[in-house]
Design a protein around this ligand. Structure first.
Ligand code: PAF
Length: 282
């Protein structure tokens, strides 16, 4: 695996690979790689001739109250994880390399951001869309891999790729889970033992919601009420939101139909956990 730190070298490397007619799979990350990232890289490895991953903590997607400086970083560990996952080129530019001056153009996301976690993070997805636009132009990937754990990000990137005609395919990869169903997250370590025991109820409530829909329930409010009851019955966690939307449009539904997302965010004492399921009603 080769580590590349400049845009120029990344572009010349890609140019050579394209001349050899190699397909390029790309996994953009902010580093501190975990099993979810490894699953994206493993999938990219299977489906492409060349795998590029990036590690770049993007200042543009952090709000003024979110601490960019304390975002966890461990490049040596990331390098090992990427290499073990079969990455060929690891792009690791500095902030100065990616943003040599205040950006003169940024991407403004107008849709799919005022719900779920986007509601409480104004500007976050503008930063994500801007860095991905830059990275897509540098890496020129055929396929780009994103975890469905952040299904709103996948929906926003879907809008970006369609509106800006990027000639690439987005590959959403299922959330990696513990054996008891809890979605893997670096935040799970902040759960105390009682909370950790109770936390799988989040995924169970999503599964119960799916069962209700499959049994014919079509009223989002009724399903959300059931989920609240299930979660509040088993934990002291505070529910931030439980929402149901069309997917990937993220539009409210009076009656459930088509492809949907059921998503939740719940606050335990020291950890805010999110989870979701996306499925199509036949
Ligand atoms: O999901 C992330 O880690 C980031 O939002 C991404 C896609 C790498 C853009 O900085």
């Amino acid at each position: 695996m080769k580590v590349i730190t400049t845009i120029k070298e990344m572009q010349s490397t890609i140019k050579l690979e394209k001349q050899k007619l190699k397909s390029i799979g790309f996994v953009p990350t902010m580093g501190y790689l975990h099993e979810g990232h490894r699953a994206l890289m493993a999938r990219a490895r299977k489906e492409n001739d060349v795998v590029v991953a990036s590690v770049f903590v993007n200042p543009l997607q952090f709000g003024p109250t979110e601490d960019l400086n304390s975002y966890p970083r461990d490049f040596e560990r990331d390098k090992k994880a990427a290499e073990e996952s079969g990455v060929d080129f690891l792009f690791h530019p500095s902030v100065e390399e990616m943003y040599p001056h205040e950006p003169s153009v940024v991407v403004k996301v107008k849709d799919r951001t005022d719900v779920l976690c986007g509601k409480s993070r104004p500007g976050h997805f503008d930063g994500v869309a801007t860095i991905l636009t830059k990275l897509f132009h540098i890496v020129l990937p055929d396929k780009v891999y994103f975890g469905l754990k952040d299904a709103q990000q996948v929906a926003v990137v879907d809008g970006l790729v369609n509106d800006f005609h990027f000639p690439l395919e987005i590959v959403p990869v299922n959330t990696v889970r513990e054996t008891d169903g809890l979605a893997k997250s670096s935040r799970n370590i902040f759960l105390d033992p009682t909370e950790r025991l109770a936390a799988p109820i989040l995924y169970q409530s999503l599964q119960e919601a799916k069962k209700l829909i499959e049994a014919g329930e079509r009223n989002p409010e009724a399903i959300i009420a059931q989920m609240k009851e299930i979660i509040e019955g088993k934990t002291n966690a505070a529910i931030d939101y439980i929402e149901i939307y069309s997917y990937p449009e993220l539009k409210s539904l009076r009656e459930i139909s088509g492809k949907i997302i059921i998503a939740l965010a719940v606050r335990f004492k020291k950890a805010r956990l999110i989870d979701n399921i996306v499925f199509t009603i036949s």
